[in-house]
Design a protein around this ligand. Sequence first.
Ligand SMILES: *Cc1c(COP(=O)(O)O)cnc(C)c1O
Ligand code: SF4
Length: 357
Amino acid sequence: MPAPAKTARSLDDLLAVGALPRAQAEDPALRAVAERYAIAVTPDVLASMRSRDPATDPVARQYIPTADEAVVAPEELSDPIGDHTFSPVKGVVHRYPDRVLLKTLHACPVYCRFCFRREQVGPGGEALDGVELTAALDYVRAHPEIWEVILTGGDPLMLAPRRLAEIVAALDAIEHVGVIRLHTRVPVADPSRVTPELVSALRAERAAVYVALHCNHANELTSDARIALRRLSDVGIPLLSQTVLLRGVNDDAATLEALFRALVQARVKPYYLHHPDLARGTGHFRLTIAEGQALMRALRGRVSGLCQPTYVLDIPGGHGKVPVGPCYVDLSQEGVAAVTDRTGGVHLYPPPAKESA
Ligand SMILES: *Cc1c(COP(=O)(O)O)cnc(C)c1O
Ligand code: SF4
């Protein structure tokens, strides 16, 4: 199969690169999925698939659409984490006092089949025009409690370097903004976009710039992806990762271990392991929180603390993210904490001695 030069953006494109059997391309359910949700598979992502079969390959499964997405469960939501409820001006989501999301564009380098914003993201330009971006920046300026601005979307590293530099400079000029964080899939999905121009667009004088990489499987960390990450870390940008726990992609301890080790070795600190959101047509990716906790317990026993993300759930309806990892402490006995070690042994931790009056 020759390496394609362009991103596949339709079922026909996927057919042409051998990423879809012809019989499936005719399936009306899959046609309906393709009409409803954007498709994009970059040549880099295609090359990182060991097979182009979403039933067996953990990378293919993340990006190649299937008829399973036509199945919508009653509990699934079009706005699973309640972004709309907390949007004071277009493009801004202000749910926690000290930080906001700034969504400047809808486009991503690839479209993930499990995306929690799948009803919003897609090709077709910027989410904010010049006037709207000014209004969004004015909102940040007018709210001194905002300490961190998180550029997300869509993927902020899809912006032209010059435009990105303008946004970073505008935020850097706001005295109370201490951190500018960018959430991106570009270093793994389209590493050649991480050019020296793009890296210098991220330069801020005063605020700290962090990059949080979305990566779900070690196979995504190709040598080109690691070079792109290195370009960012070499200029002093701290790198974090976000991983979505997905059935058939990374739902076993060995796969998560390999991923987190590969990330740490690429100088990326695993930050969050997200329990999947209730996005429409994504039931085939979900697992139970009990299964997620068992995986986190297994990881605690087998890998370095550097490799341990926090396992979180974004509570449906906009109630925010909370840790949902396993609990190692039982406080049900008066005063004494019963703590379970990584092999299952239980140990007592006594209360402090009573102070004499
Ligand atoms: C996830 C999210 C954040 C960032 O949360 P952290 O826990 O700081 O990573 C901020 N605002 C909104 C609305 C979010 O959904
Ligand atoms: S990169 Fe993020 S926003 Fe874009 S499709 Fe994937 S999960 Fe959704």
